[in-house]
Design a protein around this ligand. Sequence first.
Ligand code: 2HA
Ligand code: ZN
Length: 282
Amino acid sequence: MSTLPVNEYVTQHHSLDIPFVHEMAKITQCMWKSGWDERNGGNVSCILDEQEVAAYIDIQDVKRTLQPAFPVHELAGRYFIVTGSGKYFKNVLDDPAGNLGVLRVSADGEQLEVLWGLENGAVPTSELPAHFMSHIERLRVDPQHRVVIHNHATHTLAMTFVHDLDERAFTRTLWEMCTECVVVFPDGIGIIPWMVPGSSQIGRATADKMREHRAVIWPQHGIFGTGGCIDEAFGLIETIEKAAQIYMLIAHLPIRQKITQQELIDLAQAFGVTPRAGILEL
Ligand code: 2HA
Ligand code: ZN
């Protein structure tokens, strides 16, 4: 028997019955519990198939239209589920429709059509420019691409204070921290300079890195991870964060042994991945 008032139960039940809403509620809750999304930190966007959306939502019923920061012709007609601007990941599970939204980029790429959620005048994440530009670049190199996740992964952020921000050196250090790393992100990490968040400039810089990497670090701020599904994008961030955590645990201690460059090469070979050129030195 439910202990919730009937109205609340019905509302929640409806939203969380939608698989892509449920998945967003679960992942935002998980990231908040990991301590990576304090207050309104972090944002997520996923590309959805039209049939997937139409199975649960009336796609003819546009509730509101919004103006994107720039026209997004490359994404015209695409459907997205996104987190809302200023919304707390902590609260998504209890109120999916107030904290998330399903939108479609209009056929001319000039408008965003809200189809579900973003209740009470909410708008999509402040980092929508970075998300849209990253989706565009990732789709160019990977037709299976669907998801962009941004969060404030603690040790990754900490590491940007003490480690050289050269992306090759940073990537090599991460690969050396856990045996699985070179297998999970053989394409390495992109790093942009510190920039003001929420702007089209930081979006452009992030997306430029996304041509060659699925993960991009924003120094003293957080990380962007991408993938073909939420598990993949989140798993990438989780793996980078784990490596950064190990680094922060060991960097100040005398190192007695480590994974050698040759062992990293052997590892890549055994798992059939090609490490980004110019990082491993023999
Ligand atoms: O959504 O994380 O980068 C809040 C942020 C901005
Ligand atoms: Zn952020």
